[in-house]
Write a protein that binds this ligand. Sequence first.
Ligand SMILES: [Zn+2]
Length: 489
Amino acid sequence: MTSLNAQPNSMARGLPALVQEITTELKPSILPEDLAHWSEDLETRLHRVQQHPEQGLGFIEEQVRQCTLELQRKVVQRAMQAKADAVDECCSCCQTPLIERKRRVPKTIHAYCGAVQLFRTHGWCRKCEQWVFPADAALGLFDHSTASPLVQEMCALLVSKMPCEQAEPVASRVAGIQLSRSTMAREAQRQGERAIQMRQEQTAAPVLAPSPMVPATVGSDQPPKPFTLVIQIDSWNIRERDDWGKTQARQKRGKKIERWHWVYTATCFRLEQRCQKGKRRAFITERSYVATRHGVEPMMKQLHREALRRGLGRAQRVLVVADGGVWIWNAVQDRYAEAVQRLDLFHANAYLWAVANQIHGANTAAARQWVKPLLKQVRRDKVLEVISTLEELKPRLSSAAAKVAATTIEYYRSNQKRMKYVGGKKRGEPVGSGAIESTCRQLQCRMKRCGQFWSIQGDEALLCLEIFWRNEHWQLLFPHLSITSLSNN
Ligand SMILES: [Zn+2]
């Protein structure tokens, strides 16, 4: 394939270039002396293991891994160089031939198997008015970064899952990657920004065909089965330092420092993909996630995109489950006016519990006894009866208890039409927003650690990476993943 593609350019460049290209192509990526050296080293290492009865399989694995790494590094270096040499000396953006070319400019790359040295051409693009390294773009390398694509991926994955100070030793142990925590953080940030960029393009582009993850109906004569799409929305807050290093100066000027900011989060899935056995927590086999610091509107846009991927346009029924957040219901009304709205039952219950605890003392038997029949009424869609019970009771309550009762009445009044649980239960729908709440908890586990502060760029980048991972968009960022996903199938 390479030779076919290279032909016309070689002609244009003349015979010497053609000869060089052929030599490059014929150059093996692995030399007999490398193999001989590797084999010798391997035998020595394995012999050593044999001599130690206490050294088990772990020692064999580690020795083989260690000694094969150098061989891999050499192969990667040669294959990378061959690929770089075959790249046309044209601008990677507009294909204009470069001028003021400088050849064999070195760059050290941190690959998964160790440091590799790359030599490539550098030149000026008159059209784009920029200096370009065409080989870097072809290899998936970025300016100001020395990480290879596999190392970029590992940094993104590890740092989005754990703090850098943990990611550093984990990367070193698991993958043998020796990178400082600050380098890993920078690399993850870069990948996160790339993910944000991709997400923006995705959100702006129309959804053309249903995604392959939505199973097509077997046989075209069968009508598609009607389904319900469930959407759950929630928010949580994150600790951020908006003005790094300016805290004291701002305080002196009497300016308030905002530390906590909202992360808007949502999930969507088809009802048939939610399995529940008995009273255990429901398990959702396929779902999409959204999380952003950028505000309600961007969240709703991203959610819409994911909902479309899950078949929103063909859904017979759209159900939104959330707590009483006014912003949520406004946004839902705005975008999904036809959707069925449901107030999370556990939030509804919590309001009654607050009244019970206020009247009878927190968590007392009397409180439990008082609240039980009322909870039952809520579950049975009899919220109006609960409201009148509370109304009747209010004049006889202490001022503190009356206040809590009034809050509950108001909350129930404004959510009344969303408190229909009987039909939902019958249809096997969720009555609570547990799915999104557990997502929020999981995200908070990563983002809210002791002493952690985030900048808006930092947390959005990491959130975006995490969501790409969960939504199985990882391959968009790291196309080399297609090799592993193909071999797994
Ligand atoms: Zn250009």
